[in-house]
Design a protein. Sequence first.
Length: 320
Amino acid sequence: MATVGVGARLHFGFQNLSLAHARLYGGLGVALAEPRVRVTAEPADGVDCADATVRRYAERAIELLDVPGAAVSVAETLPRHVGLGSGTQLALATLAAVAQAYDRDPEVRERAPDLGRGGRSGVGVAAFEDGGFVVDGGHPTARFTTDPPAAGEWSVPPVVARHGLPDDWRFVLAIPDAARGRNGGREEESMRAVVERADPAIADEVAGVVNRRLLPAAAEGRLDEFGDAVAAVGRLNGAWYADEQGGVFRPPVGTVVDELAGHPAVTGVGQSSWGPTVYGLTDVDREDAAAAAAREALRAADVDGEVRVAAPASRGARVE
């Protein structure tokens, strides 16, 4: 029997969504210590799993690993399609648990595409592997097609930068009770529409923020500067998505972001992926004030929701 646990991830945005540049996408994000996914697997004949989604991942995992089967159970999971990377972390945890049950190497990066993961952003796969703040290198723009490639017909983007963040940093999460973020076919349609009309000048601005502000702040552990740069990346990305999601941030996320960004205990406020999760950066000494500010931001947006505070994860998935 083997149990694999891994935390959520936040997605800050992409470096480029314009076809005018040589590399497309290039994700930026961070691994969190919690909330977590925990999947247990043990050898079996065939697949025994009560969760329909995990069962599909387990069936694919036993094919890829060429093993007889597995009994798989889920002790913890992430809320689906709220911007926390639930699909990738759950799929890879299932693969890794089945592999460990048979004392096999899961070869996560190589097999992620066969599970339908890592096709656009490599942040989720990289967070699963080693944690930290991650920047991936994206894909050659020449490979872009109007129809998405089939599962397995891509490689996960390479990690071009990774930094462990200080242990006393914290991310406050405000998760509104709102419509789930775009996923599946609807997400593919929206992303193609964004890419086909994306302003290349925004990518140039993002590059300046990433190279001159974000990466140096991450390397030196400067919280305020890192937060300011993350917020700038998020707003620049939002300019690409505005037509698709109804603004720089999707409703009601925009109100939550504006309210939370005005609080002195929080910096680096933005929307993770398609939302609705809103994140902000703080530290261990101010986490209570940051959590209170997040709850007030949800009230200001007239929406219920959950508030959590999480440390950055300095390592990837663990066999427990």
